[in-house]
Design a protein around this ligand. Structure first.
Ligand code: PGA
Length: 253
């Protein structure tokens, strides 16, 4: 039985004060909602304050990225240990914006997963095809490559300690959500590969989130798909009330 997970990706939004206030409000709104894991990913500067605001609530805190070295002359980077110390327990890795704008590849994703494990952070590993790739019917090939290279060297035991987020790039921030059938088909494909490559048990246990224009109005039909275990939510996670509604609607029936 996979516990649903709703993760909010705040991207480059919210100051320290705004992030702490949003976490406090969200904490109250979801305090009675059981059976769903809830995570938010503030900017690096707000992680510590957000983690303090989250203490005593059921909200987990995630970084949006990390670097694989522990420390050193890597201007502008942050390590897994630093994220952990600041109060994060999770980290998003390989988001499509990082891949498209900041040169991340499946190879860097792979190194970052190792670094996250080394610091006892739970990676949320993002994969997904672009519109061009979908139109050329390459979606499954793209996903296969991202899984194979991104998760290279990992075992079944590792797989159950991470979360996959399937985020079709054409659905991110566009208001254009994948239909439940499209999401369901991609998730089923990912699950099949995870079972083949990491063992049936590990493949069955690994949570696969859907991301791309998730909102209160569509989460129920998405999560009703058998292999959709929750959502990675961007825009709709910024408002605590709307985000809490998504969390409530993700509860197991
Ligand atoms: P969106 O973003 O919900 O605003 O489409 C999702 C994401 O980028 O993780």
């Amino acid at each position: 039985m996979r516990t649903p997970l709703i993760a909010g990706n705040w991207k480059m939004f919210k100051t320290v004060a705004e992030a702490a206030a949003a976490v406090r409000q969200l904490g109250e709104l979801v305090s009675g909602v059981t059976g769903v894991d809830v995570v938010v990913a503030p900017t690096f500067t707000a992680i510590h304050a957000a983690a303090q605001a989250a203490s005593g609530t059921r909200i987990g805190i995630a970084g949006q990225n990390l670097y694989w070295e522990k420390e050193g002359a890597f201007t502008g980077e942050i390590s897994g240990g630093m994220l952990k110390e600041a109060g994060a327990a999770w980290v998003i890795i390989g988001h499509s914006e990082r891949r498209a704008l900041f040169g991340e590849t499946d190879l860097t994703v792979n190194r970052k997963i190792g670094a996250a494990f080394a610091s006892a952070l739970t990676p949320i590993v993002c994969i997904g095809e672009t519109l061009d790739q979908r139109e050329r019917h390459e979606t499954f090939d793209v996903l296969d490559t991202q899984i194979r290279q991104g998760l290279e060297g990992l075992t079944g035991n590792d797989l159950v300690r991470l979360v996959i987020a399937y985020e079709p790039v054409w659905a991110i921030g566009t208001g254009r959500t994948a239909s439940p059938a499209q999401a369901g088909e991609a998730h089923a494909h990912i699950r099949t590969r995870l079972r083949q490559w990491f063992g049936a048990d590990a493949g069955d246990q690994c949570r696969i989130l859907y991301g791309g224009s998730v909102k209160p109005e569509n989460i129920a039909e998405l999560i009703a798909q058998p292999d959709v275990d929750g959502g990675l939510v961007g825009g709709a996670s910024l408002d605590p009330k709307g985000f809490a509604e998504i969390v409530r609607k993700a509860r197991p029936a």
